[in-house]
Design a protein around this ligand. Structure first.
Ligand SMILES: C[S@@+](CC[C@H](N)C(=O)[O-])C[C@H]1O[C@@H](n2cnc3c(N)ncnc32)[C@H](O)[C@@H]1O
Length: 359
């Protein structure tokens, strides 16, 4: 999976176990992941046999979900896809617009890898008549490009000196597709929340002002292949300035969250959040009160790498102080089911529960 800020990599077993607990007690089988991002959570749930629907507002996230959640590995088996990937690996490098903008004007990839990414991306268009196949090939390309990029995991900036991995040759691999069909949607959560149906909704919205489109604009361009106008040192797409999410605005996020929750018809809702976002835990519990039973599960978590390494000036001297290296991650379980609520209250050895709230 790609490097993704707010990705639930470390918290995945906890999230999956929480959703499994609901299934065990209430035979809940279907899950909507409304802010799917890297598609990691949807993929893990699909692997456990859930019927998964993933949605995100950004096109690269939709493509990842098409491959990792929607596509059926039995229809796109490794042998068939590996043959196409092998052909794509033979395509001659073609330095052009992408290489100039992202490897010379900005430095996200070494130019030789950029020219290969560019040529492979062009060649993938030949498969446009099969959208899922195209998404699988694009996912393979994003995963490969992510392994040879020269960033700290966000595309707001690139490293001053090339990351050692940027010198590795680009290598396309079969993405970890799973057997069975899921669904992927490209939409605004505010519009999709009322249209999608499932037993359980999993919500992992942005927590702060940092725009995902701004942080992953190169993936958006690679997927859309629309050669946008770019700006600034980071060469972001111009539309980063217009395509804003209310979840990235301190002023708008609360109303947006309330509007999303008011449309959800599911019996159970699981919300990821932490203690550094726009809302306090109490505010989220209040927003979930319609479900009747709400528990808050809490885990300590290592903060992002920048906070752990420290802050340095261009001369390499340590400056400033890091306030803390750990935060608390929350999972809120809101449910109509008293049985589910009780189960969480009775399992403190499995899941640390703080302040269970019966509203
Ligand atoms: C915290 S991330 C989700 C991370 C994901 N759970 C993972 O493990 O990779 C939040 C996601 O919400 C998406 N997003 C932001 N605003 C949105 C909106 N209005 N509707 C749907 N998705 C949105 C972002 O593109 C981003 O992928």
């Amino acid at each position: 999976m790609i490097k993704y800020i707010g990705s639930k990599r470390a918290l995945l077993p906890w999230i999956v176990e929480t959703i499994e607990t609901i299934r065990r007690l209430e035979k809940a089988q279907s899950v909507v992941d409304l802010f799917s991002g890297s598609a990691r959570v949807g993929h893990a749930l699909k692997a456990r046999g859930f019927q998964v629907t993933a949605n995100d507002v950004n096109t690269y996230a939709f493509v990842l979900a098409q491959a990792l959640v929607e596509a059926d590995a039995r229809v796109y088996p490794q042998g068939r896809i590996a043959r196409i990937l092998h052909e794509l690996m033979q395509v001659a490098p073609a330095p052009g617009w992408f290489t100039r903008v992202y490897c010379e004007e900005a430095r996200y990839f070494q130019p030789n890898n950029g020219a290969r990414i560019e040529a492979i991306r062009e060649a993938i268009e030949a498969h446009a008549d099969d959208p899922l196949l195209k998404a699988i090939l694009l996912t393979s390309l994003i995963l490969a490009a992510d392994k040879v990029d020269s960033t700290t995991g966000v595309q707001m900036a690139y490293l001053k000196r090339w990351a050692p991995r940027a010198y590795n040759p680009l290598r396309l691999e079969y993405p970890p597709l799973l057997a069975g069909r899921g669904q992927a949607f490209l939409g605004d959560a505010l519009e999709m929340a009322g249209k999608l149906e499932a037993d359980i909704f999993y919500l992992d919205p942005p927590y702060n002002q940092h725009s995902y489109l701004g942080n992953y604009h190169v993936w958006e361009t690679l997927v859309r292949w629309d050669h946008p106008q770019t700006y600034g040192v980071a060469q972001k797409r111009m539309d980063v300035q217009e395509r804003k999410s209310p979840f990235n605005s301190k002023r708008e996020a609360k109303d947006a969250m309330i509007a999303v929750l008011s449309q959800i018809k599911a019996h159970h809702v699981v919300v990821s959040f932490n203690d550094e976002g726009f809302f306090s835990a109490e505010e989220i519990e209040w927003m979930l009160k319609e479900w009747g039973y709400v528990v808050r599960l809490t885990r300590p978590h290592q903060r992002y790498v920048g906070a752990r390494i420290g802050i340095y000036n261009p001369q390499g001297e340590k400056v400033g102080r890091i306030s803390h290296t750990e935060n608390h991650e929350f999972l809120f379980v809101a449910t109509h089911s008293q049985k589910v609520h009780r189960a969480f209250l009775e399992q403190p050895e499995v899941l640390a529960i703080s302040q269970p709230t019966l509203l």
